[in-house]
Design a protein around this ligand. Structure first.
Ligand SMILES: *[C@@H]1O[C@H](CO)[C@@H](O)[C@H](O)[C@H]1NC(C)=O
Ligand SMILES: *[C@@H]1O[C@H](CO)[C@@H](O)[C@H](O)[C@H]1NC(C)=O
Ligand SMILES: *[C@@H]1O[C@H](CO)[C@@H](O)[C@H](O)[C@H]1NC(C)=O
Length: 361
């Protein structure tokens, strides 16, 4: 697969005069081969999570649109847990005015392990007209909600124009987030991470919801329901890994062979050209990383790999200003999630506790 990245499509588009943009018009080409993946129908691996009336499935059941309107957002969840896996979908974000909206694609097991849950996130944040979407990735393990590990980025394309592939790879050795099969973040399972490394079976979730209180400009710009409904489209659904029935078999399924097969896949290891593409992405599009946030972590957490060119950039581009603009969002993310309970297990008082724990951050 070839990616042509035009410099004018970068984050500073609104500041770059068109003429200068044309002069700079050197197309950067990165070649990354696409992975071999098996896609499934919705009913082969998913169930509705909340607000079925806002879940719009195509006749062939291969595409699902999650709607947000003034009544509600919506969400879906994998029918099973996965004891490590590869989770992927082609997603098209809602177009036009999307301030205050969050589209999330993530793994979690909060329903079974309320107090020590694991989680791996992609969260896409909408914006006002002509301002780009942004997104963040995060990791929690064993209920490490007080130790956020967020990174925030812009994209090299408009994610509402067409579908792009987003993937989470999770194994006992490493975690990799991919956009269009370009690795954008890797977390190696460093021994000092201890319980902070996700290691219990998780479900895959996809949701759209109103996060007016924080998503855009620190909550200054809200969802505007004159533009409803907002639709996030998901297709080419991939769920690979050791499937575990959530009720009966969490502790009894032997995943040894399935995990070995997962680790042998192409997407489990970043090759040299993937490293190059990751460096390219992170140098240009990452605008926050907890690893460089000295105010928050005097000593970077053990899994952090300090890359001099990344570190340099954060010093140069005013990390502090970004932090003030986006800081505190974690607390609000968790609050926004508290309504997303699934019916498979009765919703206990957990959501309240979750908010309390997050508020203490
Ligand atoms: C892709 O996966 C299919 C099914 O597992 C397999 O038959 C095929 O050989 C694979 N192709 C490559 C290029 O690995
Ligand atoms: C976005 O706005 C354009 C121009 O106003 C309109 O043609 C288009 O249908 C809108 N797209 C969506 C998804 O609402
Ligand atoms: C799980 O399967 C592997 C390989 O098939 C086997 O070597 C191992 O003993 C099994 N573990 C348990 C606890 O059954």
């Amino acid at each position: 697969m070839e990616y042509h990245i035009h410099p004018c499509a970068s984050r500073r588009i609104s500041l770059l005069p068109l003429a200068l943009c044309l002069v700079l018009s050197i197309t950067i080409t990165t070649t990354v081969s696409a992975f071999n993946r098996t896609t499934i129908r919705f009913d082969e691996g998913y169930t509705p999570l909340f607000s079925d009336f806002n879940i719009d499935r195509s006749p062939d059941d291969k595409t699902v649109r999650l709607l947000l309107n003034r009544l509600s957002g919506s969400g879906i969840i994998s029918s099973d847990y996965y004891n490590y896996g590869f989770f992927s979908a082609r997603i098209k974000m809602p177009a036009n005015y999307t301030a205050g909206i969050v589209v999330a694609f993530y793994t979690s097991n909060i329903d079974t392990w309320e107090k020590n849950h694991d989680e791996l996130d992609f969260e896409f944040l909408g914006n006002v007209n002509d301002r780009p979407w942004r997104f963040q990735t995060n990791m929690y393990g064993g209920g490490s909600v007080s130790r956020g590990r967020e990174e925030r980025y812009r994209l090299w394309f408009d994610p509402s124009k067409e579908s792009h592939q987003y993937s989470i790879f999770w194994s006992p050795k490493n975690i990799i987030f991919y956009v269009d099969d370009i690795p954008i973040r890797e977390v190696i399972h460093h021994p000092d991470l201890g319980g902070d490394y996700p290691s219990k079976p998780m479900s895959l979730y996809a949701t759209i919801w109103d996060a007016s209180s924080w998503a855009t400009n620190g909550g200054k710009v809200k969802v505007n329901y004159e533009y409803e409904p907002f639709a996030a489209e998901f297709k080419d659904l991939v769920l690979e890994g050791c499937r575990v029935d959530p009720i009966e078999q969490i502790s009894s399924t032997n995943c040894t062979d399935r995990i070995a097969r997962l680790i042998a896949q192409e997407y489990a290891t970043i090759k040299p050209e993937g490293r190059k593409a990751m460096k390219w992405f992170r140098e240009r599009y990452m605008y926050y990383s907890y690893c460089y946030d000295n105010l928050r972590y005097k000593v970077p957490p053990p899994e952090c790999v300090i890359v001099p060119t990344e570190k340099e950039r954060f010093r140069d581009t005013g990390r502090l200003r970004e932090k003030m603009r986006f800081g505190g969002s974690q607390k609000r993310i968790r609050r926004g999630r508290s309504s997303r309970r699934r019916s498979r297990k009765p919703a206990a008082s957990g959501s309240g506790k979750e908010v309390a724990a997050a508020a203490a951050v």
